[in-house]
Design a protein around this ligand. Structure first.
Ligand SMILES: *Cc1c(COP(=O)(O)O)cnc(C)c1O
Length: 391
């Protein structure tokens, strides 16, 4: 069954730039903001700073990151001549196993990337303790979370935001590197040498915004899906070729922030409506987010784990049939993504928890266009999936 219209899996509308005085950024007192060409470029610049800061004297630097996550993490690290060192996840949770992380640290390690996932932040306080005592840089990758943890507490040395499509703040591209005040002087010397281009909000930009927002609608997105060459949603590894700073109008960033902060959240509605799945072997890992309950992040998508891969796949195709853009997100662990296997160091270690997470993850749309009716459809379909024997 193929639905004509489709509730997009992820992504919010591009805001209209705000006029007048720009409001202070939520992290402004502790971090300096450098706008960059993309989130990947910002992350790579953070790794560049960590390398300059280290005293490795020419040895290949190692950077620790989770074994399941965005392939751009690998691209950002490799672009700086560093080696990614992967760490398995905790069972059924999108955060790194801290014991395994400590074991993965070597004399070559210079930094740890703490990547939030779909709005679930990493544990910055614990990671901060591990990094501080060993002189490692802690980079908060908040491309999928807003606001970043660093706007509450200045634990990370740097933080990264993405303003691409499918991220909490959609400005049709660009990103930001936030540098903690105590590094700003040294970082400024390094970052000022990067080339800079300007983003101009002119009539062409406004038209692009209109088209973009139109394609986020159910009919527009349904049309997009029927153009196979666009390859929507497929996970691919793209090497990073260059890094640039951008001059982003502050009114645009301000509008994006306000837009993200005022977006209604359906996460708790999902958690409640889907709680019946727990007795059937599903895991609602976004339901018991104790940490940050008083300062929730935007939920980029609502993620949950099916009991097994087959049930997950059945749920995805049934939901898609009903016009709900559910999907499996990255589908594979980082070493499982073709091209990445070539750039990873020789150790073909296995990451059982990351593999199980990748096999069972189902993501549901949680953006501003999800209606009560959509949630009812999701509940009905998932109830059906758990009842029906495999045909
Ligand atoms: C999307 C993403 C990035 C890269 O951001 P772009 O702006 O798309 O380059 C980095 N890290 C994570 C966790 C992401 O989800």
């Amino acid at each position: 069954m193929r639905a004509k219209t489709m509730l997009r899996p992820v992504g919010s509308r591009v805001p209209r730039p705000a006029r007048g005085q720009a409001e202070p950024l939520p992290w402004e007192n502790q971090y300096h903001t450098w706008c960059m060409g993309s989130g990947t470029e910002a992350l790579s610049a953070a790794i560049m700073l960590a390398i300059r800061r280290s005293e490795l004297n020419g040895a290949v630097p190692h950077v620790i990151l989770p074994a399941y996550g965005c392939p751009d993490l690998v691209a950002a690290v490799v672009a700086q001549g560093a080696s990614p060192v992967l760490v398995d996840l905790m069972p059924d949770r999108p955060v790194m196993d801290l014991e395994k992380l400590v074991q993965a640290i070597s004399g070559h390690t210079i930094a740890v990337i703490a990547a939030g996932f779909l709005g679930v932040p990493e544990r910055l306080a614990e990671l901060g303790d591990i990094c501080r005592s060993r002189g490692l840089w802690l980079v908060e990758d908040s491309a999928q979370c807003f606001p970043p943890d660093c706007s509450h507490k200045p634990i990370a040395d740097c933080a990264v935001l993405s303003f691409g499509r499918g991220k909490p703040i959609n400005l049709m591209g660009c990103g930001a590197l936030l540098v903690r005040e105590d590094h700003q002087r040294f970082a400024g010397d390094v970052l000022e040498k990067l080339p800079e281009t300007a983003v101009t909000v002119d009539w062409k930009w406004m038209i692009r915004r209109q088209v973009f927002n139109l394609l986020l609608g159910r009919i527009g997105y349904g049309l997009l899906l029927r153009l196979p060459f666009i390859g929507l949603g497929s996970t691919v590894y793209k090497p990073l070729e260059s890094i640039r700073r951008v001059d982003l109008p502050l009114g645009l960033l301000g509008a994006g922030i306000r837009n993200a902060q005022s977006r209604p959240s359906v996460a708790s509605q999902y958690s409640e409506a889907l709680s019946f799945l727990v007795a059937k072997g599903w895991t609602l890992f976004m339901a018991d987010q104790r940490a940050g309950a008083d300062r929730p992040s935007v939920t980029l998508r609502y993620g949950l784990l099916a009991p097994d891969r087959m049930t997950r796949n059945r749920a995805v195709s049934l939901l898609n049939g009903y016009g709900i853009g559910a999907n499996a997100f990255y589908e594979k662990t980082l070493p499982g993504i073709d091209v990445i296997a070539d750039v990873l160091p020789t150790n073909p270690a296995v990451y059982p928890n990351a593999a199980s997470f990748a096999e069972r993850l189902l993501t549901l749309p949680s953006h501003e266009d999800v209606s009560d009716r959509d949630i009812t459809v999701v509940v009905t379909v998932l109830d059906k999936v758990t009842r029906e024997p495999e045909k």
